[in-house]
Design a protein around this ligand. Sequence first.
Ligand code: HEM
Length: 437
Amino acid sequence: MTATSLAFRRPPGPSQPVPLGIDAETLDTLLALRAEYGDTVSMVRPNGRLAYFINEPADVRRILVKRHSRYIKGPGFERVKMLLGNGLIVSDGDVWRRSRTMIQPAFSRQKVHQLLRVMVQCADKLATRWAAAIAAGQMINITEETSEFALDLILISIFGDDYDATIMAGGDNPFAFLSRDSTRDLGVVLKVRKLREMLLAIIESRRSRGGDETFDFLAMYMAATDKDGSHFNDKDLLDELMTLIVAGFETSANTLNWVWYLVAGHPEVEARLLDEAASSMPGVDAVTHENATAMTYTQQVLEEALRLYPPVWLFTRRSRDVDEVTDYDVPPGTDIYLSPYILHRTETLWPDPDRFDPDRFALVDGKPKKDLPYFPFSLGPRRCLGEYFSFLEMKVHIGLLLPRFRMALVDDADPELELGINLRAARDIMLRPSLRD
Ligand code: HEM
């Protein structure tokens, strides 16, 4: 042994190789390892690579925030690469930094506020359909409905009028297949190629029209420049558009799905949401960002739903440099597994962790609690860009639809989880709707 390896402080862990993926078996594995070895576990993957599972809030924060530049994206991201090319979620280093700097202004609050009308329009579409379902005595497949809401919204936010004119020209939404776990779909490469051709046609037609007055993400992405004044080339632009669609729709859709399910089972929470909607968002004309900000209880409900069901439930990094966490060393090339799902349900951090209790996020002296062991949107410089957009869309959705529609559970059993790249309900959730008086 060399002096360096003698000094290497390695976390406890099993001696046998441990297979790790982004799936249900991996959740079981990580929970079992944590029960046996504690909140920082080391193991060797079957490919011989050293891997750590880290469930210490301070160390999670350190890796994602302070020491983020010592890490790149880790295993699991290769599966989404076929969808997203080298877009923001998968890229690293200078490529990531350039794109993030070019794209970030499009997500300023002021820009996102300009999309409030689209949020209302998409909620309205559901309201019309739900009223028809009630008249026909039908149930609501809330999983499909929230998925359609979020997909429509992100596509209109990106493509504006080109959504109806080009994307929906064939009748069916060609992006709808993305709501299934498309990374397991062998036909996905072909489908993605077709989508990219369609998007390229939209880009070219916009270029040929010259800079029109459109306000949408595509216009902002096409106008974005780096510090040398150059724009995204077509490939990069397509990668970033696909990234925005994939990152921006399933996550919010899944969260809304869980919110409807949780609220249907918690009348006391529902009553408080209704009170708040009545005072802060009494109808379409009251949909302003100031009123959405005032919906602090709705915010708590959304945060608690994201605690219990974080859509990005497990993600990874790989160390490029040597680093250390509280008690251990991290050699270069170590795969790091971080799980919002496990951390958010750790009993020592969140008492009675499986209980739905939005008051965990109650304001203190009018302000949100700080530094909670909580990271559904990740943390640090690679934190989600769409966080504000998604809270706004979810508040508009709940604020406009809950006061009109009461949803009752059809099935008392807790839905089982499907743990893929995103955490979702294994089966669609059905609810029985009725109109409120
Ligand atoms: C409830 C909703 C959402 C959740 C829970 C969520 C969660 C996350 C997480 C955990 C990451 C970081 C992944 C990692 O670093 O490995 C991320 C990144 C990202 N998200 Fe979200 N997201 C949500 C909604 C959205 C929306 C609506 C958009 C766009 C409109 C969006 C755009 C992005 C982008 C562009 C990134 C990449 C940021 C970067 O690497 O610089 N997300 N999101």
